[in-house]
Design a protein around this ligand. Structure first.
Ligand code: 9MR
Length: 368
């Protein structure tokens, strides 16, 4: 009798345990790549209780969504504000999580006094001072830096940013040279959106080769991955993993989210400068995601993770741009006040169908 009941008890205990400890992304993919999330101020300060539970359980890499950008970390010419970045570094150390610092040089979210600089010498001196000071402070404390963010146009030419116009097209090489000097123990990356697309990818490859030809260190490239669930460019992504890794650098997906809402334009972009007005038909799912859309997203995430696993020797990190759907930038961009569902955890921090489909790519029995 006892012999017959024992296995039943054992199964019940196991089932209870697996219920108490839901699957973990970082554990599931521990031999494949890091799994990251972008986090905001409330999450850094552990005031978001859902994130405080999810982050240590699910992620082994963190990217600050905003607080290391120049506007916040360097608000005046002679004044730096390291409070939140220091908190982030402490929080990550306490949890044993790696930090990818984001970012040193970006044309967007520049402080007003930098946008008002009129002469190249002043901008050059700000550029060198900013990179050297910020990168040196966190050397050995953060794992990596997005040294330059979004320097390219869609056709692969250099974006006509304040840096290109005033410092010339060597500014990217110079940024990496300064970062290498200030942060010798930190990995250095170039980060951009749509660089899986052939023309922009060619521009990124040329830029990376230029940095390498100058004898300057670049350790990896971040493909942001702001795609739409119904239309993930799988072929371009696979070709990009091959092409970028052929340059001898790591490939990462650094800002992954799969939006499900209609797009006000035909083309895809993650240019934060482009916005559109609210219309109710542009916000079709304020009360919840229909089953069919949920399935489309779950299938798209599964296809992506199967591809990432195929190239796990070349892909070193997958970072989601947010922890759960409630905090995603896509609720407010390109149209403010919508209800989007781009991540793996819902508005209450519960795992979605897409979470289980991602876990299922590693563990075929998990199902979804
Ligand atoms: O998610 C960020 C959002 O909170 C900010 O308002 C926005 C401002 O520029 O930047 C967002 O993050 C961007 C990232 O830094 C670079 N790639 C595109 C991201 C989404 O816009």
């Amino acid at each position: 009798m006892l012999q017959r009941i024992l296995p039943v008890i054992a199964c019940t205990v196991l089932a209870a345990q697996s219920f108490a400890q839901p699957a973990s992304l970082k554990t599931t993919f521990r031999n494949d790549f890091l799994i990251g999330a972008a986090i905001n101020t409330r999450q850094i300060e552990e005031r978001d209780t859902t994130a405080a539970r999810l982050i240590p359980a699910q992620f082994n890499a963190l990217t600050p969504e905003n607080i290391m950008k120049a506007e916040i970390i360097h608000p005046q010419w002679d004044q730096y504000n390291f409070d939140l970045s220091d908190k982030l570094v402490d929080y990550a150390r306490k949890q044993g999580i790696k930090v990818n610092a984001h970012n040193l040089i970006w044309h967007s979210q520049l402080p007003g006094y930098v946008r008002r600089i009129k002469d190249a010498d002043s901008l050059r001196s700000w550029f060198a001072g900013h990179i050297s000071t910020v990168a040196a402070r966190y050397d050995g404390k953060v794992y990596s830096w997005d040294v330059v963010n979004e320097a390219l146009n869609e056709d692969g030419t250099m974006r006509s940013s304040v840096f290109l116009k005033m410092l010339g097209d060597d500014f990217v090489v110079e940024a990496f040279r300064l970062a290498q000097k200030a942060a010798p123990h930190t990995k250095l990356y170039y980060n951009d959106y749509n660089i899986e697309q052939p023309k922009k990818r060619a521009g990124a490859i040329a830029l990376i080769k230029k940095i390498q030809a100058a004898g300057v260190r670049i350790d990896g490239v971040g493909i942001q991955g702001h795609w739409r669930a119904a239309n993930v460019p799988m072929k371009d992504i696979e070709e990009s993993i091959r092409a970028f890794s052929a340059l001898g650098i790591e490939v990462m997906f650094t800002e992954l989210d799969l939006g499900v809402l209609p797009n006000p334009w035909d083309n895809t972009t993650a240019d934060v400068g482009r916005t559109a007005a609210y219309k109710a038909d542009m916000n079709p799912y304020p009360g919840g995601l229909p089953d069919s859309v949920e399935r489309t997203q779950a299938d798209a995430y599964a296809a992506l993770f199967r591809l990432f696993l195929k190239y796990s020797g070349k892909v070193s990190r997958i970072t989601f741009w947010g922890v759960d759907d409630s905090g995603s930038w896509l609720n407010d961009w390109p149209i403010r006040g919508r209800t989007n569902y781009p991540l793996l955890f819902d508005r209450h921090g519960q795992p979605k169908r897409s979470f289980f489909s991602v876990i299922g790519t590693k563990n075929a029995t998990a199902g979804y």
